[in-house]
Each structure stands twice: as C-alpha cells, then as structure tokens.
Design a protein around this ligand. Sequence first.
Ligand code: NAD
Ligand code: DAU
Length: 466
Amino acid sequence: MAGAIPGERVIVSFYLQPLRVFRLFLGAGPFFPRNAVAVLLFGDVNAVISARRWWLPARRCRTQKEEFRKEMGSMQSEKVETAKESSGAPILVTGGAGFIGSNFVLEWLASGKGPVVNLDKLTYAGNPENLASVEKNPAYTFVHGDICDAALVKRLFEEHRPRAIVHFAAESHVDRSILGPETFLRTNIDGTFTLLQAARSYFATLEGEARDGFRFLHVSTDEVYGTLEPEDPAFHEETPYAPNSPYAASKASSDHLVRAWIHTYGLPAMITNCSNNYGPYQFPEKLIPLMIANARKGKPLPVYGDGQQVRDWLYVVDHCRALAAVLERGRVGETYNVGGGNQRSNLQVVTTLCELLDELSPDSPVRPHKQLITYVADRPGHDRRYAIDARKLEGELGWKAQESFETGLRKTVEWYLANTAWVESVTSGAYQHWVAQNYDSRETAGAGSRETADAVARETTAGGAR
Ligand code: NAD
Ligand code: DAU
C-alpha cells in the first residue's frame, strides 16, 4: 500500500520546477514519441529510466503541491494543469494481484513507466504477497475492491485521474467455470460493463493531451475463438468468435462490450487475445504450477483425457511486454493477438516438466517423476487445440517473445522450487476443497473415459465452485 508522502518532498518538488517544465515537453504526445525524444536527448534508455525514477517522487506530490501553491497564492492556468495531470498520472490496473496482473505491475514499476493504482477484490486467485516487493513503493497504490462496485470505480477515476486502464480482473479458470459459472458472468461481463461505463464518463471530462492519450486496454484470451483441428491455421484477429466454455463465453461477451463501447461511444479502447501463459506467481490450479506442486509432493499428475490437447504457451513476462507495447503504441479500436508460437500437447508439457524436475531436484524420492502421470476423465467440452498468429503484433509494434518454451519453462520450475513458502501459503484450506471438487469425481480413468467425464459434468448442477 502506498504510504504518505513525506513533507520534504514538497520542497524538493518546488526546486524541481524547471526540470518538470522540461519534462512536460517530453510528455507531449503519446507515450512512445516521448520515450523516443528522451532517448535521443539522453542517448541511453537506462538513463531515461533512472531520470524518470528520480522525477517520480515529485509526481506523487501533486496533491500536496497544489495545496502548497494555493497557500502561496500562485495560480496557474487550467491548460498547464491538465497537461501536468496527464504526464504524471497513474495507470489503473484491475486484477493486479493475480498471476499476469502482478507480473505486469512488477515489470511496469521496475521499468519506471510511472505510478500504478491496483484495484483487486483478492479472490482466491489474488494474492497481495505477489506484490510485497513494491508494497512500500510510493508509485504503487493498492485498493481492495470489486470491479462490479460502480461507486468505487467512479471514485477511483475521479481521485486518481488515470491516463489508462489495464483490465486484467476476471474469473480465469475454465474448470471452475464448468462447476460454477455464475461468478464468471458477474465479474467478467458485469464487471467489464461497470468499468466501461466509468471509463466512458471519465473520458468525457478529459481535454487536450489527457484526452488524446487516454486508453482502455482489455486483456482477453484466445479461448474466445473456440477450438482448432490439427490442420487449421492459427487464430488471427479476424477469426470468428466461437467460445465453448462458460469462461470463454464470458470473456467473449466482455470483448463484444468493449468493441461496442469503441464503436458507439468512441472510447479509445484496445483488446488483446492471448494464449496460455506460464511463469512465476501462477496459482497452482492451472496445468503447469499444478503439475509442479503435485510432483514435489509425490502426488499423481492428472492428465485430462488422452493428453493430446494442444496449447500455445507464452512466458508471462513476454505477455506483459506485449501489453505495454499495445498500451504505448497500439492503434485505438484494434485487436492484437498475443502468442509465443510454442504449440505443445499437454502430455509433452507434463513430460518436459517431469524431466526438468528430475534434473533440478536430484534428491527427490519420486524420480523419475514421469511415473506419477495419471490419465483422468476429460474436461467436459474440452477444446482440442489453440494456436495464435501474432504477426500483427510483431509487424506493427515490433514485439517478439524473448523466451523460448525451454528457457521459460526452466525459469518457471526454478522459481517454484525456490518459492516453496509461496506455494504452501496458496495451497492450504480452500485450495484443498477445490482439488477435492475438481479431481475426486474424476477418478483414475482410461484415456478419455466418457463415464467419468459425465460424472464431472453432473457436478455442474450442484453449482458453486468454491
Ligand atoms: P488470475 O485468476 O490469476 O487473477 C485474476 C485477478 O483478478 C485476481 O487477483 C483476482 O483477485 C482479481 N479479481 C477477480 N474478480 C475480481 C473482481 N470482481 N473485482 C476485482 N478483482 C477481481 O488471472 P490471470 O491468469 O492473471 O489472468 C488475468 C487476465 O488475463 C484475465 O482477464 C484472463 O482472462 C486473461 N488471460 C489469461 C491467460 C492465462 O493463461 N492465464 C491467457 C490469456 C488471457
Ligand atoms: O488459452 C488461454 C487460457 O489459458 C486463459 O484464458 C485461461 O485463463 C487459462 O486458465 C488457460 O486456460 P486452459 O484451460 O487452457 O488452462 P489450464 O491450465 O486449466 O489447462 C491447460 C490444459 O491442460 C488444458 O488442455 C486442460 C489440461 N489440464 C489442466 C489441468 C488443470 C489437464 O490435463 N490436467 C489438469 O489437471
């Protein structure tokens, strides 16, 4: 949580005035040209980042500074104030305590891109521990709350006057959506609607640079496109929507709302549709961290159906870099697909994980870890294959994934082995209840056993995933 700003900074801020005028010049226009000018002037990206970090505390003093200025009777024109607001304004992140959101916030702050306000409900998937390292950073503000709370969201826009919103908050797990779809409709559809309405009202109050630069970035998924046959081309931005799970349907609905707010109200929004992410801080209900956590404890590694379903894996930090690129340089109203070009079957992924664990934990009593692989009943309605064509993002914005699947997976396994306390803290209590709900009724089954899959499907009528 951001602490109070020390009073001395007001004085420092006063003496930094000439620098801030210079910075206003740098702040003119969208984010990218500003950086480009700064790089030209300083000749080095790191120098720019350091300089911006140095300026940051002064930005945080805006409120105190305004009071100070009023006391001194020094009035400034409305226009200059708007420009300053815009250049020093934070981004509003929703769901920043989750897996991708926390990686994004950490990356954003580390690269000195400016202050962040993080609105998160802290569901089972949200963990403030993920952001413990920035908790005291004056550029970081945490707000515990629900994106469906219209009054709260309105107040946050008014108080913080963000230059952009990056919307991660969602119910994100397909299996949970099968067992209890209600919260998915509420958060993913109603929540996005609430944010769009608040952003629209706020956008109507903006002028000049603040208005030109404002962006709403909606973080979505490739699951909205449905499933692919083995020979089908990868999903591109014009692939028709065909969501198959309650989760995918709720995300598709939210994408359609964003699209409508762009076309009807002129909201400067953009949508990204990304493939499967993996990396640090992923909650161990998803394939990769679940398999690592189970393998460490010598528990079965539950592969759904025949394990031949294909996903296109992307290291989470590469996703975060893509989001920053779209936010800074993406065209308003556009959709960008994000993917790593790493198609692997689930069985390949689990087998590679087992081999990495054999190598990195040589004292494990359950080596070779492959012996733990267990086929269980398939996920109802399980999409067979996802693959992303990211050429638009690569060509227009110059983004390219930096991690290969091999380097990213190794980093990920190393992170989970080094952070056992984090894993223990998120796998107690309610997590055990989820594991029982999702896996007990699956039983050990032959590949693709319909009977056991039906048993899982019957659970649906019980409702409530938690
Ligand atoms: P996650 O489940 O790890 O985190 C979701 C976060 O949202 C949590 O911090 C949670 O507390 C918060 N949240 C949930 N409901 C909320 C509400 N009503 N109000 C405020 N906060 C709320 O999800 P993730 O994997 O980090 O995914 C983030 C976004 O990226 C989602 O929109 C998801 O659809 C999308 N996405 C995820 C992947 C992936 O592989 N994980 C891939 C593509 C797109
Ligand atoms: O494609 C992007 C999507 O990727 C995101 O939008 C979702 O938020 C994210 O959860 C992820 O969805 P998946 O359903 O693909 O992820 P999950 O990790 O749950 O499953 C990956 C694959 O592994 C899938 O084919 C199901 C399979 N699986 C999963 C679990 C949890 C198993 O075989 N066994 C398991 O125990």
